[in-house]
Write a new protein. Structure first.
Length: 336
């Protein structure tokens, strides 16, 4: 698995080395990256921690489950055509395909260098494995909302309305990402203030619920669960990344600024539940899937665009190897 993913990143190196890569070379690199990223779950998907519950749910009518029935209807139909675990593998691959489509749609042919960076970053996201490979219902809803958000930047909100409807019947918490889209319309100064106050808000919410005579955690799914030692590290990294995104949103193309602020807003929303590990990380994953879209904009602000691709590759590959071989990722995918 790490060798396969490393090959995906090596493909990007062909576009990172030349100062002025040819359009044909960039097109070929993007094709290889996209094929490997989508194909990953066709090879290694279907054995994750949550796979058994999904595959069992696909066996019967989706209408009998007290869950978002559209996702289970999709799996039910696939289950009639292919054997386990292929329904889940296909859905996982479709999630990545939709994410790749969002990246291609957003950057377009004029920004192929940014597409290469975005696809390079996609393989470095924990959410690539935890959402697309395990919490697939959430991953599918997230990709639909991200694709709709990208389309809406062209001037129509019909895509966001459709995403809200689909998201509700696939994974209802995806509405949090749509809320982040609305919050992102606030003035940047208000967004900075909200981000800085979000950790305090989480403490105040817990305190207020105690005064009111109920436990907030009783109303949050998975609030009592713990997922390891990296909870507060993720919070710290996300908090700094959100501040960086708000700084980068001060100037640049309108679409980039919007996505940067949506990312920061989603981190702010998730930070309001920071004391609850799993609810916080589930919400934070909705922010993570935006990183490939905002990464090139942040890199362009930090360093000249002509240099950012070259200094990113080696640290990115090292970080990727550390992620891909970590026990938590291997266990999530069902290989530990």
């Amino acid at each position: 698995m790490p060798v396969y993913l490393a090959l995906c990143q090596v493909a990007a190196l062909a576009a990172f080395v030349p100062r002025d890569p040819r359009a044909g070379l960039l097109r070929d690199v993007i094709f290889i990256q996209s094929t490997l990223l989508v194909g990953f779950f066709l090879v290694w998907g279907g054995y994750s921690i949550d796979a058994w519950s999904y595959l069992t749910g696909f066996d019967g009518s989706p209408l009998v489950y007290d869950k978002e029935w559209l996702f289970y209807a999709f799996g039910y139909l696939l289950n009639k055509v292919v054997v386990d675990p292929w329904p889940l593998r296909i859905i996982s691959a479709f999630c990545v395909l939709l994410m790749v489509a969002s990246i291609l749609e957003y950057f377009g042919p004029a920004r192929r260098r940014d597409v290469v960076i975005a696809l390079f970053l996609l393989a470095l996201l924990p959410a690539y494995f935890t959402m697309f490979g395990n919490a697939v219902r959430q991953g599918l809803a997230a990709c639909i909302v991200v694709f709709a958000l990208v389309r809406s930047l062209r001037g129509t909100n019909r895509w966001l309305f459709a995403a809200a409807v689909l998201g509700w019947f696939i994974h209802q918490p995806s509405l949090a990402l749509l809320c982040a889209v609305l919050v992102a319309r606030l003035d940047r100064r208000w967004l900075v203030a909200a981000l800085l106050l979000a950790p305090l808000a989480s403490v105040m919410l817990i305190g207020a619920s105690g005064i009111a005579g109920f436990e907030l955690g009783d109303y949050l799914p998975y609030a009592s669960r713990s997922e390891g030692a990296f909870h507060w590290a993720k919070f710290g990294v996300a908090f700094v990344a959100a501040l960086l995104a708000l700084w980068a949103s001060g100037k640049g193309p309108a679409g980039d600024c919007t996505l940067l602020r949506v990312f920061a807003s989603m981190v702010t929303i998730s930070a309001c539940l920071a004391p609850f590990e799993v609810p916080f990380e589930r919400l934070l994953a909705y922010a993570e899937v935006l990183v490939p879209l905002i990464g090139p904009a942040i890199l362009a602000r930090l360093r000249p665009q002509t240099q950012s691709m070259r200094w990113l590759w080696l640290p990115g590959l090292v970080a990727g190897l550390a992620l891909w071989t970590h026990d938590s990722i291997r266990a999530t995918l069902g290989f530990a």
